[in-house]
Design a protein around this ligand. Structure first.
Ligand code: IYR
Length: 222
């Protein structure tokens, strides 16, 4: 054993394969092309999707790193039309108050390019909703660490996985989201974190004509 290993700590050899730099470059290029094509979709088809793909993507997302490996997340996969309808009704109620006065004008101005409003038909149309819950504490009240960071990473992995598997998603955050815990009967230590409609885009789906920052605005090297 090399001397950086603590003999008393259970360990397992790392499963890791070095790849030739050309293969790494090609993989990075492919990911950039593929991930550049991911867009938040608000016009969903109601066509059924292979739910096992979603379940597998959730398993992939749940491989995310987390503070002290506490894995402080629950992914609720909702396909029941009655539950989706309840979620839509409750979300639209929150959104009406958001758009109808709760949001400051500056926030509404920032949202104008997205063309969003309080109308959320996708919550019923999309064949699946994944509601991600963050665990404020453990089930036994024990401490969790870096919960927002951990759950955010898992959500990023989920969005990337679903996209790479050919499914469209939206990151939807009706605020406040307390109704999700109540509708889905989650325990008090779970806090709704993100609502992700999943499906195929509608045939005539259009998305806002917006773009991402160029690399020189997001990357600094030292
Ligand atoms: N939750 C609202 C408003 C909204 C807020 C942000 I920040 C967005 O990037 C998009 C929408 C809604 O979903 O309409």
């Amino acid at each position: 054993m090399p001397d950086y290993h603590d003999d008393d700590l259970p360990t397992t050899p790392l499963d890791f394969e070095r790849q030739p730099p050309e293969a790494m470059q090609a993989r990075a290029d492919g990911l950039l092309t593929a991930l550049s094509r991911r867009r938040s979709v608000r016009h969903f088809s109601d066509a059924p999707i292979p739910l096992d793909v979603v379940r597998r993507c959730i398993r992939a997302a749940a491989q995310a790193p987390s503070g002290a490996n506490k894995q402080p997340w629950t992914f609720a996969l909702v396909t029941d039309p009655q539950i989706k309808a309840k979620i839509r009704t409750a979300a639209e109620q929150e959104e009406r108050s958001f758009y109808g006065g709760r949001a400051p004008q500056s926030w509404l101005d920032d949202l104008a390019p997205l063309g969003t409003d309080a109308h959320k038909p996708f919550l019923e149309l999309a064949p699946a909703l994944v509601v991600v819950f963050a665990h404020r504490t453990g089930e036994d009240g024990g401490k969790n660490y870096y919960v927002n960071e951990s759950v955010g990473i898992a959500c990023g992995m989920l969005l990337a996985s679903l996209h790479l598997c050919g499914l469209a998603t939206l990151t939807h955050t009706p605020s406040p989201m307390g109704f999700l815990g109540r509708i889905l009967d989650r325990p008090a230590y779970e806090r709704a974190y993100l609502l992700i409609p999943v499906g195929y885009p509608a045939d005539d789906c259009r998305v806002p004509d917006i773009s991402r920052k160029p690399v020189d605005e997001v990357l600094v090297e030292f």
